[in-house]
Design a protein around this ligand. Structure first.
Ligand SMILES: [Ca+2]
Ligand SMILES: [Ca+2]
Length: 186
């Protein structure tokens, strides 16, 4: 699937799902569906897939991204993302999510492990990023799959946000020689 097609699909999801969601701390309710950030993707089954990553394009055995689902909830103020894997996920260092808002790009870095903040950076030039916040409160869990949620109030207009890329990162954050994408969609 091309990036362009993915972006359009993501936009449709945002439009459809912004409708009637309930207000929960680390969960989202869409009619009878409640998302719990625990690494179990079962409750996502009714949600539409927004991207299918290739099988076997991973560079190491910790992760091979497969199905991606995502939506924003304007009542909880959170974006929710599910990343599934063709193989049982192993330990990863972080997940990076690039969000596009018109011509602007934002990079969200979510480290694995407890009690750590995430970070948001805005692109200011070719390969140049300026930190928006390094105190991003987020939830992420990896078991059968990786589920994550983080607030969308760091971005200009959440209803216009689109997912441009997602990278599953390994190695040592964020040394340029030892920090690498295990698998990524682009
Ligand atoms: Ca879950
Ligand atoms: Ca893959």
């Amino acid at each position: 699937m091309t990036k362009g097609k993915f972006l359009i699909l993501t936009s449709m999801i945002l439009t459809i799902i912004l409708g009637g969601c309930g207000l929960f701390s680390k969960t989202a309710r869409l009619k009878d569906i409640e998302i719990t950030i625990d690494g179990n993707p079962a409750e996502w089954e009714p949600f539409p897939t927004v991207h299918v990553d290739k099988k076997g394009d991973n560079i190491s055995i910790e992760y091979d991204m497969s199905v991606i689902k995502a939506f924003t909830n304007n009542e909880t103020g959170q974006i929710y993302i599910l990343v599934e894997s063709y193989i049982p996920p192993q330990e990863i260092t972080s997940v990076e999510v690039d969000l596009q808002y018109g011509d602007e790009y934002y990079r969200v870095g979510l480290p694995s492990g407890e009690r750590l903040y995430g970070a948001v950076a805005k692109q200011t030039g070719e390969g140049e990023w300026e930190t928006v916040t390094d105190q991003l409160d987020f939830s992420m869990a990896t078991a059968e799959a990786t589920e994550m949620s983080f607030p969308i109030d760091n971005f200009p207009d959440p209803s216009q946000l689109k997912i441009a890329k997602i990278r599953i990162m390994g190695g040592i954050c964020c040394n340029q020689y030892e920090y690498y994408a295990i698998d990524f969609m682009d």
